[in-house]
Design a protein around this ligand. Structure first.
Ligand code: URA
Length: 206
C-alpha cells in the first residue's frame, strides 16, 4: 500500500468532528500517487457519501466532462475536498469542521506534492487566497514556492447559475494551456541539462 493510500485508509475511522455522526462513508479523495494536479472541492454530497468517492454526483459528472473537453484525463488528476465527510443536507461546512479536517488535507498535499493546485469554490479558495473573491480572481493563477495555484468556480455553481458554465469552461481552457506551457518548459529544462551533461562528457574525453 502506498503512503497516500495508507493515509486515506486512516481517515476512515476519523471521529474528530460531528460530521462523523451523520456520514455513511468518509470520502478521502482519489487519484494517482504522483499527480501533477490536485483539485480541491468543498465537501462530499449525497452520492459521494454513499460511494466514498469524490465528485461522482451531478457536479462531479460536469467536472469530468469539462476536464475531458480540454484533454485532461480525470484518472490522471487527484481529486479531494476540504472536508472529508458530508455535512447534513449538504449545508456549508462549519469553520470548526474545516479546521478539524485540515490536518488530513495538509498530509495529503505533503505526500502528493502536486505542481498545480486547483481550488474549486470558495472554501478551497479561502485556504490559499484568504479575503479574495472568486468572481474577481477565478482563472488567474499565482505561483508560490514552485507550486501553481489556480482558482476556479465550483462546478455546482454552473448547475445553479447556467451563466457561469462558460466562465468555468474558459478557465478549464486556461488551465490546460498552463499545463501545456509548464510541460514544455520542463522538457526544455531537461533537454538543456542533457546537452550540458553531454558537452561536459566530451570535454572530459580531451
Ligand atoms: N462537491 C464537492 O465539493 N465535492 C464533492 O466531492 C462533490 C460535490
Amino acid at each position: 500500500m502506498s503512503e497516500i493510500e495508507a493515509l486515506c485508509q486512516s481517515m476512515l475511522g476519523c471521529r474528530e468532528c460531528g460530521l462523523s455522526d451523520g456520514r455513511t462513508r468518509v470520502v478521502p479523495g482519489e487519484g494517482p500517487d504522483n499527480p501533477r494536479i490536485v483539485f480541491i472541492g468543498e465537501a462530499p454530497g449525497w452520492q459521494e457519501d454513499q460511494q466514498g468517492r469524490p465528485f461522482v454526483g451531478p457536479s462531479g459528472q460536469l467536472l469530468s466532462q469539462m476536464l475531458a473537453a480540454v484533454g485532461i484525463k480525470r484518472q490522471e488528476v487527484y481529486i479531494c475536498n476540504i472536508v472529508k465527510c458530508r455535512p447534513p443536507n449538504n449545508r456549508d461546512p462549519l469553520p470548526t469542521e474545516i479546521s478539524a479536517c485540515k490536518h488530513w488535507l495538509d498530509a495529503q498535499l505533503e505526500l502528493l506534492k502536486p505542481k498545480v493546485i486547483v481550488t474549486l469554490g470558495r472554501y478551497s479558495l479561502a485556504r490559499y487566497f484568504s479575503g479574495e473573491s472568486i468572481g474577481k480572481i477565478h482563472g488567474r493563477h499565482v505561483k508560490r514556492d514552485g507550486v501553481i495555484y489556480f482558482p476556479m468556480y465550483h462546478p455546482a455553481a454552473a448547475l445553479h447559475q447556467g451563466g457561469l458554465r462558460s466562465a468555468i469552461e474558459e478557465d478549464m481552457k486556461k488551465l490546460a494551456a498552463l499545463l501545456h506551457d509548464a510541460s514544455a518548459a520542463q522538457e526544455e529544462k531537461m533537454q538543456d541539462k542533457a546537452e550540458e551533461a553531454s558537452s561536459q562528457q566530451q570535454l572530459s574525453l580531451f
